[in-house]
Design a protein around this ligand. Sequence first.
Ligand SMILES: [Zn+2]
Length: 345
Amino acid sequence: MPFENNLGDAGRRQFLRKLSGLAALAAVTPALLPMRAFAKEAEMVIKGPPVKDIPATQISGHVWVIISPDGFANPQNQGMMSNITFVLTKEGVVVLDSGASLQIGEMALRQLKKITDKPVIAVINSHYHGDHWLGNHAFVNAYPDIPIYAHPKTIAAIRQGGQGDHWKNLMERATDNASIGTIVTAPNKEVDHGSELKFGDVTLRIHHYGTAHTPADICMEVVEDKVVHVGDVAMDRRIAFMEDGSYLGTFKTFDALEKNVPGSLWLPGHGEPGPDVIKHNRELFDGIFQSCVQAVKEMKSFEEAKSMVLADPRVKKWAPVTKGFNENIGSYTSLAYLEAEQSAF
Ligand SMILES: [Zn+2]
């Protein structure tokens, strides 16, 4: 392809799109392209390259985590933006959130083989954002019959609600097609608040307290270890995507978790696990939401509310170390302002 060498990022994306078109054309009339070149290019289109290994770290008796250094997808990290967790039980391995692509799921499987010979016996997805479930494809490839658990509303959002293709496409665009080849593989078994799953010597208890980060987040308690995987309900030094979420719902979920599983190690979908993850995230969200409540009380405009948010000492404390803060604080403040207005009536 003569135009291949001088492509920028946008050009490369366009090239790959063109190539998909060519591949379709060539399927009908294979003589149009030299076969060898076509096979090589087609492979690139059908499946993006492997993702760099990130070894898993043990955080408790049964729990190991691949901690993602990045919080957002880009062509360099190939979409590696969220944590993947392994719960090692006597029966086999349970995977909590499977990563953002087929390639990331395959990378996770490579890391798992370094720590155990046991098979994967289940996957659980915390919510419908694609960085937490697109990797399901890799686990189903390796273990065709494994159950994949999620909240019923998460399953519906991926299967019928458009979140499946939406996230697959979003990830392809964000990674410059590195995630290509990933097939939407929706969860197939329902769990809800109070569900308990027993795997050998480990009990996983499911918590759901209504809309928080999305309408269907589940938090997964590894009972014997006092570890709770909180999905994206709380994050460590990364701002949450709040478009489908609720600040008040998030506070309600924080309260319930701290009351029902006190003294836990909180394992977030993004960032490092720790005993203070919820406390820290609450501080940032309090700074955003309470500033908006105050602004609404004083009949201030949204612009004034935003200034109040940015001046809040809790926000000032966390903003410099929170990934995605500058890019998202405007839109997430407007959501907080809207929710503060609604709750004032
Ligand atoms: Zn999320």
